[in-house]
Design a protein around this ligand. Sequence first.
Ligand code: AHG
Ligand code: MN
Ligand code: MN
Ligand code: MN
Length: 336
Amino acid sequence: HEADAHRTDLMTITRHVLNEQTKYPESRGDFTILLSHIVLGCKFVCSSVSKAGLAKLLGLAGETNIQGEEQKKLDVLSNEVFVKALISSGRTCILVSEEDEEAIFVDPSKRGRYIVVFDPLDGSSNIDCGVSIGTIFGIYLVKDEENPTIDDVLQAGKNLVAAGYCMYGSSCTLVLSTGSGVNGFTLDPSLGEFILTHPNIKVPKKGKIYSVNEGNAKNWDEPTTKFVEKCKFPTDGSPPRSLRYIGSMVADVHRTLLYGGIFLYPADKKSPNGKLRLLYEVFPMSYLMEQAGGQAFTGKQRALDLVPGKIHERSPVFLGSYDDVEEIKALYAAAN
Ligand code: AHG
Ligand code: MN
Ligand code: MN
Ligand code: MN
């Protein structure tokens, strides 16, 4: 019974990655071990998020991070869990987290070849009201394992070897690419395993949804203003597009990946580099979008071509359906 095959042929995320790694004969399973520790972190955060209200995990931790944001208890907890899990994997040498001002250089005794940049809890403003939040991560290879330096972290997004996110919503879904397409896995709580549920995700070439915080419209530049105007008042006779904005990047990007459309966090007069952080928000999501057949643009160039100057650098981003991003690229090109 073909239909029932998946019930007995459990394609877990570990098995799936092992299959993919067979393409790289030289791989020593290090990536699989690294990923299993990222997955452990995601399972922990998933469990904590689902009972945050019960475990008094709502509210503020009373600290402020380098971003100038008041850290939520779950921000701090998730960050500690991921840092410890990644270090204990023995496969990392540098970690960059939204919640840590400086990059973490792993002790030589626990050092491996991988650099992980991550946002342990994305969408923190939505924690206390139960709206979907997530974890975002990107993985680079160090240039010289014996001598990791900060330059190893300041690599263009196109050098990523893998990226993904985990969304803590109605179900816990982990979306991952290791460079040959995008796959989605859903946590089966009864097994404690992520099972392949969305093989080979492709973002629709054109969408009917735009996703932006319209509250910033007063400060937008001309091309963004014109694009949003076109979405609301199309001049080519097509129907107006729907606005969907959740305010958690992971949730907004996941919907864009599956349904199509465009997600925008533009620059504005207040924040000339936009709000989203290049290394652990813009790069991983841009990598996934390109792997799924979409694209990601900064207003000036392909997002993955950017080289960060600092680990918490921000960038504007327009990402999603290939044709939708083409539209906004044309408007920016016409403005220059
Ligand atoms: P984080 O919670 O990790 O700091 O990220 C929040 C980000 C991102 O999740 C979301 O797209 C964006 O903030 C929403 O910003 P606005 O509230 O300004 O729209
Ligand atoms: Mn934050
Ligand atoms: Mn974030
Ligand atoms: Mn965050």
